[in-house]
Design a protein around this ligand. Structure first.
Ligand SMILES: [Zn+2]
Length: 335
């Protein structure tokens, strides 16, 4: 059978992709959404040293949202067309649930869809920028390391989008912008929680649970300040008060989400709330945070090196050893 070019999963540069869309309304919406990528890249480039260049975006036509991925070796983030569609659905769901007027439109129309897309791009781009594949080659890909790397990509994305909002709305207070960001990104991150409904709270082999990622996002926003150092231990009253305020926004959105969704059975506690309750002693997150504390100095060191300086397993191990960081005992025994 001859291949049907209309249905092929072509990987196209943004312009080519847009030109291939016949439905003019759809083309306009996609174009508007994707116009957010370049300014986001500028924010990332202004804050991170990226010796090999920031990943470009290609679109995989006719692919489902889950096919979005980083092609690390060719420095490309390939965004599935289904992901663009999902971002637009998040916008519709938010509007139907809490109403247009309750969502601050700091970024104009379709701002929920735009921030969702920014998150998806930034997360994949930071796997590249932070050299996660090299870190994995040094430490091995045991779940605790992979979780720490997902956590790292989420933290960098959260702070980047917050900086983006600050850049374009410099007259707004920090707390206002943080709350706005939670209101915008909740819908996209919440899909992951529903998808993880059968996943144990400690996460899968590769990823933390969606509820953990949502709470970590809130925590990262709370501890990001302009005038004082980041406050990872929540030592200052301002971090604690921001965390409380953002948690309120999250819980409020969660109630509205559950009210509207088909899960009407009140015996089923919200996964967001149950995660928070069960994680009070940090039983699901402390291992990941500890692993991140261990490996983040190596992530920072690797991310400042050109890729061709760290070209093979030997040089990766060598550089890792120079930075004198502990490898997991399981990987140590392999040598
Ligand atoms: Zn990831």
């Amino acid at each position: 059978m001859m291949p049907d070019p209309e249905n092929q999963r072509q990987r196209l540069p943004i312009e080519t992709f847009l030109n291939s869309i016949e439905d003019s309304q759809k083309k306009k919406t996609y174009s508007y959404l994707l116009s957010t990528i370049e300014p986001l890249k500028s924010i990332i480039k202004s804050r991170w040293y990226i010796p090999d260049g920031i990943p470009n975006v290609y679109i995989i036509k006719n692919a489902s949202a889950e096919e979005t991925e980083l092609r690390d070796f060719i420095n490309q983030v390939q965004i599935a067309e289904g992901l663009l569609q999902r971002c637009i659905e998040c916008e519709q769901q938010a509007t139907q649930t809490i109403g247009q007027s309750q969502i601050p439109r700091t970024l104009g129309k379709l701002s929920i869809a735009k921030i969702s897309l920014m998150w998806a791009y930034a997360h994949e781009a930071f796997h590249y920028i932070r050299r996660h594949d090299l870190v994995e080659k040094h430490f091995g890909n045991d779940p605790s390391t992979r979780h720490a790397l997902e956590y790292d990509a989420d933290l960098c994305s959260a702070v980047t989008i917050y900086r983006y909002l600050q850049h374009y709305s410099s007259n707004k207070s920090a707390l206002y912008l943080k709350k706005t960001l939670v209101q915008h990104l909740f819908w996209f991150l919440r899909i992951e929680v529903d998808r993880n409904i059968n996943m144990p709270m400690q996460g899968s082999e590769t990823h933390p649970h969606g509820a953990a990622r949502l709470w970590d996002f809130i925590g990262k926003l709370a501890m990001s300040h302009d005038l004082i150092e980041p406050d990872p231990n929540f030592a200052t009253p301002i971090t604690r008060s921001h965390f409380n305020e953002l948690s309120q926004v999250l819980i409020d959105l969660e109630w509205r989400y559950l009210e509207r969704s088909d899960i009407k059975n009140c015996d089923n506690l919200s996964p967001i709330a149950s995660f928070a309750i069960e994680n009070r002693e940090l039983r699901y997150t402390s291992a990941r945070h500890a692993r991140w504390d261990e490996i983040s100095p190596l992530i920072s060191s690797f991310s400042s090196l050109r890729r061709n300086m760290v070209s093979n397993d030997q040089s990766i191990s060598f550089l890792g050893d120079i930075f004198s960081l502990p490898r997991k005992s399981s990987t140590q025994s392999i040598t």
